[in-house]
Design a protein around this ligand. Sequence first.
Ligand SMILES: [Zn+2]
Length: 266
Amino acid sequence: MEPFELFAIRYASKPMMTFAQTSIGGDLHEDHTPIDYFIWVAKRSDRVFLIDTGMGAETAKRRGESYHRVPAEAIRLLDLDPGKLEDIILTHIHYDHAGMLHLYPKANFHVQDAEMSYATGRCMCSPILRRGYEVEDVLHLVRCVYCDRVEFHSETSEITSGITLHRVSGHTAGQQAVRVWTKRGWVVIASDASHLYYNMETRAPFPSVYRTDEMMESFRTLFKLGEGSWDRVIPGHDPLVMARYPAPSPELEGIVVRLDVEPRQV
Ligand SMILES: [Zn+2]
């Protein structure tokens, strides 16, 4: 099986957060870490998958995020044309993962059944649960359902040889992880199933949570998918990802890292 090249692209960040902001029960006063915002690309000679689309500049400004680059433009750094992409996996539909879908007119979107139900159903009557969503992003995706551009998945599925999707709920109802076959073996994009290495490694749930019990179970699933090594699992928002993995070229330093090589220990 031909391996995929696998990349993370950092497009935004947030300044220092306290332990109370990064884990339930964490200290209110103790600084923990800044967080980064990523999209991911899995690329092979026959197929390309964009994993998440990030957010737009207007959303970032309104929500107080520090915005570095438009994700649809950033993928051009890897010689990809957003207008021609055919497959986009949405790990979930939160504003920082599923924005600006209109920039990908040819793409089919891969999403869990449970995520669409969650983002359009009764849970969205609760402000605390809907605050991670932008209604315009959700509406755009619903419109794509009506023109046959959404592929629904349930629990676990293989969308091509070398890419499997796994529902790892807890952060949202239909959060999914993406397991990608690379030259170093299987690598798992956890996305927000674990925001930081700290969350999954110490079983400390990030406070943005729909069901804590499911999130704890999903940490176990991630470990299994990573074949018993956290080095095979990539959290959704950890700045350590940029520190542990190398840039593909000097010009892309600080913007893109390769995830298909072994990490440095930092
Ligand atoms: Zn999220």
